[in-house]
Ligand binder design. Structure first.
Ligand code: FAD
Length: 365
């Protein structure tokens, strides 16, 4: 969640919220690019042959830095067009912000009806269900209507604590075990009138789709980033590893907390520090605990996960945000997950790295 924006803005200004969020996202990407440029001044020179392609998709920005393949089969224009097409396709299939997307159409069907899915959406839902089972429901795509009730979804309701009875009713419908998949036929069915929300996994899946494409066409060095979820391949042309900034969770600032090396890996961050509202002195973030139906309340400000795929890193980062610092670290230890938690302590923000994280980043945190 590195790029989501603080939502303490009037909900009447729907268009400006998106514009402000895009602006923040763009500025942060620019910061990351400049950070990399500062550490290696030649990085953005034309002599090093790295190509930078940026664009907008899924309500946020994406950027792809890559070394064009030496064979002349495809021009960079062809590659950029294909990258955008892959991401736009995922947006069209999985957005809850588009009434005609596959996910929105599934959300509109009655319980008990089998619904046909594209291979991509099936793959994302299947992975989501797997992660839900492994995290004992901390990650759960069936939270969509709760997300809306708290004002963080596409319905753009005003931010306020929802009516308790309404919350209780919606909570009875939520639960990943209320979704049934039919593997051989690529179908899904719901047992309750739940809605699904792939916001915490589909951006990562988009990164993976682009990374897999670049691998297929022989690109040996790249960094793909969509709304803060990242995957890299190889070393940069100057022989240095790809370095990625973890954003500081300090409210009202956009700074870098630390920088990690991530070569041939994916990295995703989730946090409560940009997308939230405050009422009666309490902060309510967009990460919902599926068990209580309410936004998380603990002191875990930011979670970064490193994994082989961005989809998994993306989903696990949200799951860890729900679990809180102790449970998340225990899970990371038990399942050897690379994670870096930023916890808000009395003395300020404290970073806590799992052993697996220290091992993969070989870094100076
Ligand atoms: P993450 O931490 O990655 O995800 C948090 C989000 O996941 C929450 O906002 C909520 O939606 C969901 N969530 C909350 N709790 C849980 C839980 N326990 N388990 C699982 N999921 C949970 N935004 C726009 O403003 N306009 C758009 O047009 C738009 N289109 C999109 C299209 C697609 C296909 C996707 C995937 C997202 C789109 N978004 C859009 C949303 C936006 O870009 C981000 O994906 C969203 O804000 C969350 O990403 P994040 O990195 O901030 O947070």
């Amino acid at each position: 969640m590195i790029l989501a924006v603080n939502y303490i803005i009037s909900r009447r200004a729907t268009v400006s919220i998106t514009v402000v969020r895009l602006l923040y996202a763009f500025l942060f990407i620019l910061c990351c690019v400049l950070l990399s440029a500062c550490s290696e001044p030649s990085e953005l020179d034309s002599s090093n042959k790295l190509h930078l392609h940026t664009g907008q998709v899924m309500g946020t920005w994406y950027s792809v830095k890559y070394l064009p393949p030496s064979n002349a089969e495809r021009s960079v224009d062809d590659i950029n067009t294909e990258i955008h097409a892959k991401l736009a396709r995922i947006d069209l299939l999985m957005s809850t912000y588009k009434a005609t997307s596959e996910v929105s159409r599934f959300n509109a069907v009655e319980p008990g009806v089998w619904f046909d899915l594209s291979p991509q959406t099936y793959e994302v839902i299947e992975l989501a269900q797997d992660i839900s089972a492994k995290t004992l429901g901390a990650f759960d795509i069936s939270v969509a209507r709760l997300v809306d009730l708290w004002g963080f979804g596409p319905e753009q309701r005003a931010h306020h604590i929802p009516d308790a009875d309404q919350l209780k009713q919606v909570l009875t419908e939520v639960g990943y075990e209320n979704l049934k998949l039919h593997g051989s036929q690529l179908k899904v069915q719901k047992k309750t009138p739940l809605h699904i929300d792939l916001s915490a996994i589909a951006k990562g899946f988009g990164v993976d789709q682009v990374a897999d494409y670049l691998d297929r066409i022989g690109v040996e060095s790249f960094l793909v980033e969509v709304g803060g979820e990242i995957r890299t391949r190889g070393m940069k042309p100057n022989g240095q590893p790809w370095r990625v900034a973890i954003e500081s969770p300090a409210t009202g600032q956009r700074g870098v907390h630390s920088v990690v090396n991530v070569t041939d890996l994916a990295l995703a961050t989730s946090g409560d520090y940009r997308n939230y509202f405050e009422e009666n002195g309490q902060r309510f973030s967009h990460t919902i605990d599926p068990k209580t139906g309410a936004p998380i309340t603990h002191n875990l400000a930011s979670v970064t996960v490193i994994s082989s795929t961005a989809a998994e890193a993306d989903a696990l980062a949200t799951a860890f945000s729900v679990m809180g610092p102790d449970q998340a670290m225990a899970y990371a230890k038990a399942y050897n997950v690379s994670t870096y938690l930023i916890v808000k302590e009395r003395e300020g923000f404290v970073g806590k790295a799992s052993e697996a994280f220290l091992a993969v980043t070989r870094d100076k945190l």
